[in-house]
Design a protein around this ligand. Structure first.
Ligand SMILES: Cc1ncc(COP(=O)(O)O)c(C=O)c1O
Length: 279
């Protein structure tokens, strides 16, 4: 039985239900986090909690819980799942109100958390991606539950036999539909700088940190569509996918058409960091 946390109570996921007037349901008025658990250890907890705080602040909400409250909820849910590798999903919406845009009408946030096993698909052979215009809104740095554009983009990728869509805004790469983007050129690694059009990915930031520690050249820099096409390697990152090589873009091989040497080296650095953090 999968357990969920909803507004102060733990209950079977199948029995967790909310009011249809919840603003998460009527307006997509809320934010979320996905936090990986490796070897039963919550990975990069502080970073995820900081991003949650920023997302809440950006939508004029207060964090309903202290970090200790959150952690005790997470631990209870993690303990209820057999698998050592899990992903915690948490969502905070503005709560129930009459269907009116005015946010002051909602009094009590709705807080939902669950933890599920990470279905580890081995993506180390590389994935295919498409390119697509970035059709999302202007506040992509907020981890908002309003994800229709990303759902449509992933669907378009799937229709073309691919797993991810690499997004282009005004001629420059922003990120993937649900991942951040890295390219390699002449033994250097680049990822777009953080701004309103990019989610500050926890995995992205971690890669920059650990590559810097190992003195591997990895830089925040704008990436034009042209540079994307000329890249020797292309990777996408996320908490549950980790670091994944993209070997075909719009049905054309990226570089050699196989996961490249910098991906192998970076993935090893990432996996070593993960093992030492979650031993
Ligand atoms: C739009 C978007 N960008 C980037 C990411 C990667 O972020 P993280 O590494 O924190 O999982 C995600 C994760 O779901 C995402 O939805």
């Amino acid at each position: 039985m999968t357990l969920a946390y909803l507004n102060g109570e733990f209950k079977p996921l199948a029995e967790a239900s909310i009011n249809v007037l919840d603003r998460g349901f009527t307006f997509g008025d809320g934010v979320y986090e996905v936090i990986p658990v490796f070897n039963r250890t919550i990975f990069r907890l502080e970073e995820h909690m900081r991003r949650l705080e920023n997302s809440l602040q950006a939508i004029f909400m207060e964090n309903p819980y202290s970090i200790e409250n959150w952690v005790s909820i997470f631990e209870h849910l993690i303990d209820s799942v057999e698998h050592a590798e899990q992903s915690i999903y948490l969502q905070v919406t503005r709560g129930v109100s009459v269907r009116d845009h005015d946010i002051s009408l909602a009094e009590t946030p709705t807080i939902f958390v669950m933890s599920r096993p990470i279905e580890k698909k081995d993506l180390s052979a590389g994935i295919h991606a498409i390119t697509h215009e970035d059709i999302r809104w202007q506040y992509c740095d907020i981890k908002a539950i309003t994800l229709l554009p990303s759902v449509l983009l992933r669907h378009k990728a799937k229709q073309q036999g691919a797993k991810e869509a690499i997004l282009i805004r005004d001629g420059f790469v922003t990120e993937g539909a649900a991942s951040n983007v890295f390219i390699c050129k002449n033994n250097e690694i680049f990822t777009p700088p953080k701004n309103k059009h990019v989610l500050p990915g926890i995995t992205r930031d971690l890669l920059l940190e650990i590559l810097d520690d190992k003195k591997v050249g990895c830089y925040e820099s704008v990436i034009s569509e042209q540079q994307l096409w000329e890249a020797d390697e292309l990777w996408v990152t996320s908490s549950t996918w980790e670091v994944v090589p993209v070997i075909q873009l719009d049905n054309k091989p990226v570089g050699s058409g196989e996961p490249g040497p910098l991906w192998h080296a970076t993935n090893q650095i990432y996996q070593e960091f993960k093992s030492s953090y979650c031993h």
